[in-house]
Design a protein around this ligand. Structure first.
Ligand SMILES: *[C@@H]1O[C@H](CO)[C@@H](O)[C@H](O)[C@H]1NC(C)=O
Ligand SMILES: *[C@@H]1O[C@H](CO)[C@@H](O)[C@H](O)[C@H]1NC(C)=O
Ligand SMILES: *[C@H]1O[C@@H](CO)[C@H](O)[C@@H](O)[C@@H]1NC(C)=O
Length: 589
């Protein structure tokens, strides 16, 4: 891996702040054939066009990606001695899933990253067949410990611990696995091939550690609770923390949030292995009985609230003690064929880390990209009080950006005539937003909306990805919507995003729980990053990440528009768009 001048500068800049630990090259010892494989793939990458263009035009500029190969779940995320740690599932040999190790990257700002050697990789009978997802816990004496799922010699999923070799190294480069692993094995009654992804542990007032492992019993997903006094000997609790009739629960996450009414709520998030999306609940957790009771107003199933209604999975939070915030990481896979991934030489990105907190009305979580990402903002253009007339098919271009394929756009839209909202079709009641949006895409002529952004748009507008809102009137407001008279739908419609065939182009959508009648306004922030469109509606109430692979609207050919296909006029009261610089992602070798 060549290291450019800028990268070297950055690396030493980081090292200068911290005691220097010597770089090791273990990866090449574990995978002696790796260097030649990389070379072969590297040659393919240079010349082989994907969807008629080059790989560089699809790689992200500020979303986390290693230089090459497959990635999936974020693991063991934490803040330790001034350094943010991101471990993640990684195939060091190629762009498809396999040979999974814990790759490791460190950062001072959650934006720029230095890639270190893999931290955890198969070495022992308890993880010989794989080192899968897990979490970090910082013990009261400051020692971080990782618990991860090992696939053992018998193919069982077991939970193992690993400790840093040198806790004075803020980079935590080397990890030691005690010989007493596994610390949690699947007992009788536990399905040994569906038992994985331990959470960060928490300690009760009785001094006992608790953590949760994802599992299932037939179709029942389970957050299995385990307890330990010494982090070494773990025993199953009498009852699971929670369960649901939604198939295998992967990557559970359980953490406290401050309740706006005072006190604390606990959030339980699970990743649904069958549906390939996540949902969460929050509610009361009793530290003495270990009973978790979600708030009764929340759906507790695959129709529950989601962090993200798009491409976002296997997420995990950590407490950032430096900035007193909870930060969420999540993985977005490709929407491409495996063959295209191999040609590209890489697959998977991490979503922008998001601050997460409970909404002031206590009804849902809020999310917002960490403020550090704004350090990449460059040239800025703005639009104020610009009307996009109703009647359908009206739009204008936001000009002046140097890099509309790599941009951060914040907009506030004002609906001028809410009375034009169409009734919310009774047939849609109880349906999820995605179904409604798939039926009423960006090109439908509506009453209020569809209006919003066309991003990654080509010259002729033949390629374009729509991120938009549609507003409907509801006549059952008194019963179901807390008195709100309108339904606000946020959608991401990639159906025209690419000329390329064989792409997976699902419409993603979520409802935005705002009372639009109060102000007539709705806000949207969209991070555009070549093949990622990551959007936040209603100041962080609804998030949707989508992967798109334009063939013409790439690089400096991509354009940005505001459109309105509804009957009502819509005013862009304020739109700020920024060119985004690229994160420095460098390799310490
Ligand atoms: C255990 O889980 C695996 C993987 O999902 C499944 O194929 C198998 O049927 C399960 N076994 C039992 C006994 O439920
Ligand atoms: C918007 O741009 C104009 C110049 O075009 C500038 O005068 C104004 O300060 C900008 N507004 C904001 C909020 O940045
Ligand atoms: C991401 O890829 C698409 C297209 O292959 C699949 O349909 C999704 O299930 C997959 N998502 C996850 C979380 O694996």
């Amino acid at each position: 891996m060549a290291i450019g001048r800028l990268q070297v500068f950055f690396l030493f800049g980081l090292l200068a702040l911290l005691p220097v630990a010597e770089a090791s090259h273990r990866i090449f010892r574990i995978f002696p054939d790796l260097q030649s494989l990389e070379a072969v793939q590297g040659e393919n990458v240079v010349d082989e066009p994907v969807h008629g263009k080059h790989v560089d035009e699809l790689r992200t500029g500020f979303h986390f990606q290693p230089p090459e190969h497959w990635i999936n779940d974020p693991n063991g995320v934490m803040y330790y001695k001034g350094v943010y740690h991101l471990f993640y599932q990684y195939n060091p040999k190629g762009a498809v899933w396999g040979n999974i190790v814990w790759a490791h990257a460190v950062s001072k700002d959650l934006v720029n990253w230095v890639m270190l050697d893999p931290a955890i990789y198969p070495t022992a009978p308890f993880d010989e067949n794989g080192c899968w997802s897990g979490s970090a816990t910082v013990l009261p004496d400051g020692t971080p410990v990782i618990m991860y799922t090992g696939i053992d010699v018998d193919g069982r999923q077991v939970q193992n611990v690993a400790y840093p070799k040198d806790i004075s190294d803020p980079y935590l480069r080397e990890w030691v696995k005690p010989g007493y692993n596994p610390v949690i094995a699947p007992d009788a009654g536990v399905n040994a091939t569906a038992f994985r992804d331990p959470t960060t542990a928490w300690r009760g007032p009785d001094g006992v550690w608790r953590l949760v492992v994802g599992t299932k019993d037939n179709h029942r997903g389970i957050a299995a609770l385990y307890r330990s006094r010494d982090f070494k000997r773990w025993a199953p609790a009498r009852r699971a923390l929670h369960s649901g009739d939604t198939g295998m629960w992967e990557c559970p996450d359980f953490y406290p949030v401050t309740s706006p009414g005072g006190g604390v709520k606990h959030v339980l998030k699970v990743s649904l292995d069958l549906k390939r999306y996540e949902y969460y609940t929050f509610g009361e957790y009793d530290h003495t009985t270990d009973a978790y009771v979600p708030d009764a107003t929340l759906a507790d199933g695959d129709d529950g609230l989601r962090y993200d209604y798009g491409n976002f999975y296997a997420s995990k939070t950590f407490l950032d003690t430096e900035k007193s915030r909870r930060v969420l990481w999540g993985w977005a896979n490709e929407s491409d064929s495996a063959a295209a991934d191999v040609r590209k030489g890489w697959a998977g990105v991490q979503a922008i880390p998001r601050k997460v907190w409970l909404a002031p009305d206590g009804k849902q979580l809020m999310q917002w990209p960490v403020a550090e990402i704004e350090s990449l903002r460059g040239n800025h253009v703005n639009v104020t009080d610009k009307l996009v007339r109703g009647g359908g098919g009206n739009y204008f271009e936001v000009t002046g950006l140097a890099t509309p394929a790599q941009a951060d756009v914040e907009a506030t839209f004002q609906v001028m005539d809410l009375d034009k909202a169409e009734p919310f079709d009774p047939a849609w009641r109880g349906a999820d937003a995605q179904t409604v949006c798939a039926a009423r895409g960006a090109d439908a002529k509506g009453g209020v909306g569809p209006f919003g952004l066309w991003v990654l748009a080509s010259d002729e507008l033949k390629e374009r990805t729509a991120v938009f809102f549609s507003v409907f009137k509801r006549d059952d407001a008194d019963d179901v919507a807390g008195g709100k008279k309108h339904v606000v739908l946020m959608c991401n419609d990639p159906s025209r995003s690419s000329y390329a065939e064989e792409l997976y182009k699902p419409t993603f959508a979520g409802f935005v729980d705002v009372d639009i009648a109060a102000t007539g306004k709705i806000s949207l922030r969209t991070l555009i990053d070549h093949s990622v469109v990551e959007s936040f509606g209603g100041h962080g109430k609804t998030a949707i990440l989508s992967r798109v692979y334009a063939t013409k609207a790439v690089g400096d050919k991509a354009r940005l528009f505001v459109f309105n296909n509804g009957e009502s006029d819509v005013k862009v009261t304020n739109l700020n768009a920024y060119d985004m610089g690229s994160a420095k992602i460098t390799t310490d070798r």
